[in-house]
Write a protein that binds this ligand. Sequence first.
Ligand SMILES: Cc1cc2nc3c(=O)[nH]c(=O)nc-3n(C[C@H](O)[C@H](O)[C@H](O)COP(=O)(O)OP(=O)(O)OC[C@H]3O[C@@H](n4cnc5c(N)ncnc54)[C@H](O)[C@@H]3O)c2cc1C
Length: 288
Amino acid sequence: MIPGSFEYHRPSSVADAVALIAKFGDEGRILAGGHSLVPMMKLRLATPQHLVDLGGIGDLKGVSVQGADIVIGAMTTQHEIIGSDVLAGKVPILRETALQIADPQVRYCGTIGGNIANGDPGNDMPAVMMCLGASYDVRGVGGARSISARDFYEGAYFTALEPGEIVTAIRVPAPAPGHGHAYEKLKRKIGDYATAAAAVVLTMGGGKVATCSIGLTNVAERPLWAEEASKILVGSALDAATVKKAVAAAEAITAPASDNRGPAAYRAKVAGVMVARALARARQRATA
Ligand SMILES: Cc1cc2nc3c(=O)[nH]c(=O)nc-3n(C[C@H](O)[C@H](O)[C@H](O)COP(=O)(O)OP(=O)(O)OC[C@H]3O[C@@H](n4cnc5c(N)ncnc54)[C@H](O)[C@@H]3O)c2cc1C
């Protein structure tokens, strides 16, 4: 289908983008890579009168290290995440996740900011950001603020962003050197959203789990942080009985829809299987 008509704006600074989006109110929409928004516009599920394209704002691109944080500009593409040496060295789960998003064509245009701000529970990066304890730098006409990824997602396509606010960057606390990580995603075919997926970041000490964090993708109206499951594993040697308990705790917080990816009960079970696989792989990779 053909989208409804709209006016296109291409500001060259964040301040101008914020002013435009505030001026247009409900009739305006931010455009990043366009790989979620434009399909919605073609289906007329979104009919913005004004598109404010962030593509001309150089400040919103790139990866930098700021103290203990890795800061990723919102307009950094998924392709650029895959190619970043800084991320490969310090937060390799982001590269692993980006490689499982869609296909190269989508990843050349799709941005990290669009992926985390979209609010689609099928997006892969939000659960990973919750797992990592990341926060989002946000700017609106009222000024700048930071929102924890774990507080950001309120429901399908509902986030903690106030009208007129733009995500400018994602701030990831670098996991400890020697940490183990894994993003396990079951999908029906290349380019598909997850039937269920799990992100794990853990550290080991003396053969036991010292810290652990687990995120879940596409098994509820919003991405999930499996806090209880993570707590169960801390202090264990990841023995089969404890992993089983943690998997059950992770499955218990899911509430997937029955859809063309399978019935709800199946998708909840797949979430558990993804958690178990991600734990095993993260354990293999942990060196401390
Ligand atoms: C065939 C196909 C398969 C896909 N498969 C997957 C997949 O497996 N996993 C996955 O995670 N994604 C998948 N996607 C979605 C893709 O990753 C999108 O690129 C991503 O969801 C949105 O990023 P974008 O830059 O394209 O944002 P856009 O589509 O431009 O924007 C998406 C939404 O976020 C808002 N927005 C964008 N940037 C900002 C910002 N900085 N601040 C505030 N709001 C903002 C927009 O207003 C819009 O509402 C797929 C897309 C396609 C077309």
